[in-house]
Write a new protein. Structure first.
Length: 308
């Protein structure tokens, strides 16, 4: 494993499998009455969130606490400093406090990379979502969830549907699933596919109904309206009809296929209640698995190489 986790591309196939296998072991701790291991006692993990988050922030917090690390939550939202300044000043403060790991979410793509390569801090940097770029621990928890149900992901068909353009989840998933040997197809209206998507290690399609029947898993993406300055599709109704996962489409999806969504969901837009709450949905499991996967990441970055 590298010292930082900035991109899903930082993980070799062996690294990725090590994280997933370690998470599988650590998941047993979460099933116990006392959900705690002493592994990271005396280490400090800082959650540095410059952008809104519900599950990712509490998931990292729970993960660090279950490994007995000291956790400092820093929510930088509302800071009046310019981004560059605030990032550097904050980093120097964290370094002075002796942070062993900094988990960072930022609206600017590349902010975690900047932190990791600036020399401002000595600890490990974990990217918890940067702009429209990457969200590697989300991809790891998605792979973990799929692997639990489907077995090894080699040659499994995963469809990622919706607002790929603004989605750091999609990019990290494409990279990680490719590393793990899965076949990924992105499905979106042409306006919501990023420029250069043909260079990504996946296929792309515009028609959801033609790819659904062969899917082993379908991952619905949130339509990120807060990142949309212009209109990317004619109307909500039109989007739901062409790209939403609704009752009509559930019949076309194979019986064994899983339904994933990273959350937060726009119910009624990209996914209906029948799809989100039905038997094939693993959306709530994704959240639970997120804690085990983030425990594995923190353990491997901070404590895994130390004897005892
Ligand atoms: C995602 C994110 O913030 O990148 N959510 C998450 O981390 N669970 C996806 C989203 O916001 O749509």
């Amino acid at each position: 494993m590298k010292r930082h986790l900035l991109s899903a591309a930082d993980l070799s196939r062996d690294d990725a499998l090590l994280v997933l296998d370690t998470a599988e072991e650590l998941a047993r701790v979460s099933d116990r009455a006392v959900k705690k291991l002493p592994t990271l006692r005396g280490r400090t993990v800082v959650n540095l969130f410059f952008e809104d988050s519900t599950r990712t922030r509490i998931s990292f917090e729970a993960a660090a606490k279950r490994l007995s690390a000291d956790v400092i939550n820093f929510s930088a939202k509302g800071s009046s400093l310019s981004k560059g300044e605030s990032l550097k000043d904050t980093a120097l403060t964290l370094e002075a406090m002796g942070a062993d790991a900094v988990v960072v979410r930022h609206s600017a793509s590349g902010a975690p990379h900047r932190l990791a390569t600036s020399g401002w801090i000595g600890g490990s940097v974990v990217n918890a979502g940067d702009g429209t770029h990457e969200h590697p621990t989300q991809a790891l928890l998605d792979a973990f969830t799929m692997r639990r149900h489907l077995g090894p992901l080699t040659d499994r068909r995963v469809i990622i549907v919706g607002d790929v353009l603004h989605s750091r989840v999609a990019r990290s998933n494409v990279l990680l699933l490719h590393t793990l040997g899965a076949e990924v197809t992105l499905v979106a209206p042409p306006t919501l596919l990023p420029v250069g998507v043909e260079t990504w290690p996946c296929a792309a399609a515009y028609d959801l109904d033609s790819v659904l029947p062969k899917a082993d898993a379908v991952m619905m993406l949130r339509v990120q309206r807060e990142r949309m300055g212009a209109a990317y599709f004619p109307s909500v109704r039109e989007y739901s009809r062409r790209y939403g996962l609704h009752a009509g489409r559930l019949g076309v999806l194979p019986e064994h296929a899983l339904i994933l969504h990273p959350g937060p969901m726009n119910r009624g837009l990209e996914i209906t209640a029948e799809a989100a709450d039905g038997a094939r949905s693993v959306i709530v499991e994704q959240v639970a698995n997120g804690v085990s996967v983030r425990m594995a990441v923190l353990y491997l970055l901070l404590g895994g190489s130390e004897p005892g």
